[in-house]
Write a protein that binds this ligand. Structure first.
Ligand SMILES: *Cc1c(COP(=O)(O)O)cnc(C)c1O
Length: 379
């Protein structure tokens, strides 16, 4: 089936008892058993829940994996992956400008279990090659990165990592499986913050892990149940509902993103625009090859904290908020908001300056969004 058909139907047979077209929210903690050892495959809701399992089946199909597991947040999903892949004495490599929360998890928690992390620009394959060690067990890639939209060649990075016993994990939150499918490009595991484009309506927090290998999938299912950070039935239902319109929304984010990036490029107050759809973006050629759209995330440089602050104080339609991927446009200041946990020196090296502003372009009328930005520039 095509992607749009799968987004609506995969994993979602009409309810067998009532024929309900939409999978019900199975809000139960346990299931009655007919006799000792005789049940319908459902014993306890941390282990099995039909609403969550529908979402998991749906995501496995969309990301072309063998199985998927849904978690209470993107960070819970990433934590489960570290339980799957890493133990004391191992080494892991991570893209150097990953989501701030990912860096915090690896550096402030997982590292203390005796795992050594290297942060490298995975866009630079020579740097990646040089960082690989015999005991490297995980390569964690975010592409495009947050917020400066650097692109990593997932296929070639996977080839390099697979020369040793190393799994490749891709955080696909920014693109969603509609625009990029890392498993098809050679990755082993895909992780999502379902809070963002998958849900798409800024009304739930969740995470999903999709796996290519059956052995990894079995072990991750064990971890999901053993560690227990499952996605609730209601949140699973919200994400499933969101995914039905994922293709339509992503096309709209992409179209508006392109228009706004071009608009920003023409403003004299803007020193630099980071959007992979712009031909001048360093990863543009690669983005065109491994993604089928450029998405709705844009970062731009205003030159100073004072200018960024003034600009952010003047927007009205664009809401000043962390997070991204919802239908409404959100605008934020990475240095003091999403990336505040990254040390200042590291931020400077990554280009996350005090003058950098990030927009998660929504699907409103683009004229209204540009009008709002125009007012904010005029002051
Ligand atoms: C938000 C985000 C996460 C973390 O997800 P939560 O659902 O907030 O826990 C991870 N990676 C990226 C790229 C994100 O944007």
């Amino acid at each position: 089936m095509g992607f749009k058909t799968d987004a609506i139907h995969a994993g979602q047979e009409p309810d067998p008892t009532t024929g309900a077209v939409t999978i019900p929210i199975y809000q139960t903690s346990t299931y009655v058993q007919e006799a000792l050892g005789k049940h319908k495959g459902f014993e306890y809701a941390r282990t099995q829940n039909p609403t969550r399992m529908a979402l998991e089946k749906n995501m496995a199909v969309l990301e072309r994996g063998v199985a998927a597991y849904a978690f209470a947040s993107g960070m819970a999903a990433e934590t489960a992956i570290t339980h799957l892949l890493l133990k004391g004495g191992d080494h892991a490599i991570c893209s150097d400008n990953v989501y701030g929360g990912t860096f915090r998890l690896f550096d402030k928690i997982v590292r203390h279990y005796g795992v050594d992390f290297s942060y490298v620009s995975t866009s630079n394959l020579a740097d990646l090659k040089a960082a690989m060690r015999p005991n490297t067990r995980m390569l964690f890639i975010e592409s495009p990165t947050n917020p400066i939209m650097a692109i990593t060649d997932i296929r070639r990075a996977s080839e390099i990592a697979h020369r040793t016993d190393c799994r490749v994990v891709v955080d696909n939150t920014f693109m969603s499986p509609y625009f990029q499918r890392p498993i098809e490009l050679g990755a082993d595991i895909v992780v999502h913050s379902a809070t963002k484009y998958l849900n798409g309506h800024s009304d739930s927090v969740g995470g999903v892990v999709v796996l290519k290998r059956k052995d990894d999938a079995e072990r991750l299912q064990f971890i999901q149940n053993a560690a227990g950070a499952i996605l609730s039935p209601f949140d699973s239902w919200l994400v499933l509902r969101g995914i039905k319109t994922l293709p339509a929304r992503m096309d709209a984010h992409n179209a508006n993103g392109m228009e706004i990036a071009k608009y920003l490029l023409k403003k004299k107050q803007v020193k630099k625009v980071y959007y992979p759809g712009l031909p001048k973006h360093p990863g543009h050629g690669l983005a065109k090859k491994q993604m089928s759209g450029f998405g709705g995330m844009i970062a731009f440089e205003l030159g100073s904290l004072a200018r960024a602050k003034a600009f952010l104080g003047r927007v009205k339609l664009c809401s000043l908020a962390e997070s991204l991927g919802g239908v409404e446009t959100l605008i934020s200041h990475p240095a003091t908001m999403t990336h505040a946990s990254v040390p200042a020196k590291e931020r400077a090296r990554l280009g996350i300056t005090d003058g950098l502003v990030r927009i998660s372009v929504g699907i409103e009328d683009v004229e209204d969004l540009i009008g709002d930005l125009e007012n904010a520039f005029r002051g």
